[in-house]
Design a binder for this molecule. Structure first.
Ligand code: RFL
Ligand code: PHB
Length: 391
């Protein structure tokens, strides 16, 4: 089997890359370890930056997002009994789009299938070889037989636990890692959002986030221990904790049947550089952010937009300048998102070792955000998405 770009992973990064390449006349094969049903129903992120919305729209895969997505023009910060709205549109002229990651994945899989080009689900024993040469290949098993995929380039879009990053010699990578001393207990519930925008709450009992997926479905999170036992959380306990942490005068949380629950660990991670020879890492395979800034999916989309442009130059003109600049171009933006996600996380959560001094500084930071247009604008600019330079 031969293709121009072998893509490992059918998450948002791999699927969007395949689609952008197809539109540029570049052939690819996607290899995915899981089943189509599994990846199409995996509940993860829900907020798209305006840059991601623009990329999906320009690539012709934005129709359902435009119809079903919820444009949000601000968020609420709750702390010390106050509720302060950050008005994105007034501060930046932009909005974000609340639209589920699993719907983005469904839309991209439908677009891929419509092209007739290969996407192989349940690929086993995927391994990359000869990545430092200009004839890399991917070996894998599919439907009971062994295959070799010969490529010009491999895109490692296989997430944090994938096989591509570990295939790069350890001495060629520098890893930056921070694990936070808490996690998020997340639920999906059948209830109407109590507010038409997201609420981020810094409360004495810990952080809470009230988000949504549609006018009928909410996505709600509670700061919890990294090893939290879900069995210890009855529905009643979850609802009363959410209500306590988001409490505000005149505000009532709507409750309903809990459809799904899980615990998400929190970490910051970057691998540099994002390229080794003909292997390019994109999305979670290269970097992880804690979800507080809603950046994970958006960084994946930005990486592959840069990579698609670089590969277009390479396959059209033999020009390697874009490929050579890929890692540095992405990392400049990645580190800004790492900083923002770390800062949102640090500002909004309770830390077990937080001294009374630290707590006062945290509340002062929130009060400053509520009182300063400059500080609020900095938050808003980062949240809606920093400019993406696709030169
Ligand atoms: P993905 O989505 O993890 O996709 C990688 C794909 O590669 C496949 N794979 C392999 N395929 C073939 N061979 C192998 N050896 C393979 N190993 C893995 C996997 O099955 C998968 O289909 O990475 P991608 O495309 O880079 O996209 C990144 C985003 O998915 C991610 O940044 C966000 O979802 C992060 N994230 C969240 N971000 C937010 O902004 N808000 C959230 O609320 C939020 N919640 C989450 C999250 C990530 C989670 N993970 C990864 C544990 C909740 C969870 C549970
Ligand atoms: C979500 O809706 O899942 C979500 C929204 C905002 C975040 C994180 C997660 O910061």
């Amino acid at each position: 089997m031969r293709t121009q770009v072998g893509i490992v992973g059918a998450g948002p990064a791999g699927l969007l890359l395949a689609h952008l390449l197809h539109r540029a006349g570049i052939d690819s094969v996607i290899l995915e370890a899981r089943s189509r049903e599994y990846v199409e129903n995996r509940i993860r992120a829900g907020v798209l930056e305006h840059t991601t919305e623009d990329i999906l729209t320009a690539a012709g895969v934005g129709a359902r997002m435009a119809a079903e997505g919820l444009p949000h023009r601000g968020i609420h910060l709750r702390f010390a009994g106050r509720d302060h709205r950050i008005d994105f549109t007034a501060l930046t002229g932009r909005h974000v789009m609340v639209y589920s990651q699993h719907k983005v994945v469904q839309d991209l899989i439908a677009a891929r299938i419509a092209t007739g080009r290969p996407i192989l689900f349940e690929a086993e024993d995927v391994a990359v070889h000869d990545i430092a040469t200009d004839r890399p290949r991917v070996s894998f098993r599919h439907a009971g037989s062994a295959h070799q995929l010969h490529c010009d380039v491999i895109a490692g879009c296989d997430g944090f636990h994938g096989v591509c990053r570990p295939s790069i010699p350890a001495e060629a990578l520098t890893l930056f890692d921070r694990v936070y001393p808490f996690a998020w207990l997340g639920i999906l519930a059948e209830a109407a959002p109590a507010c038409d925008e997201l609420i981020y709450a810094n409360h004495e009992r810990g952080f809470a986030l009230l988000s949504m997926r549609s006018p009928e479905i909410v996505r709600l999170y509670l700061q919890c221990a990294p090893d939290e036992d879900l069995e210890a959380w009855s529905d009643d306990r979850i609802w009363s904790e959410l209500a306590a942490r988001s409490a505000h005068e005149g505000f009532t949380l709507n409750q309903g049947p809990i459809l799904q629950r899980g615990v998400t660990p929190m970490r910051s991670f970057v691998a540099e550089p994002m390229r080794h020879g003909r292997l390019f890492l994109a999305g979670d395979s290269a970097h992880i952010v804690p979800p507080t800034g809603a950046k994970g999916l958006n960084l994946a989309a930005a990486d592959v937009a840069v990579l698609a442009r670089a590969l277009e130059r390479f396959f059209r003109d033999g020009d390697q300048a874009g490929m050579d600049a890929y890692s540095a171009t992405c990392l400049d933006r990645v580190w800004k998102a790492e900083r923002f996600s770390w800062w949102m996380t640090s500002t909004l959560h309770r830390f077990a070792d937080q001294s009374p001094f630290d707590r006062r500084v945290q509340l002062a930071e929130l009060s400053f955000l509520a009182g300063s247009t400059a500080a609020a604008t900095a938050l808003a600019e980062n949240y809606v998405g920093l400019p993406l330079n696709l030169a």
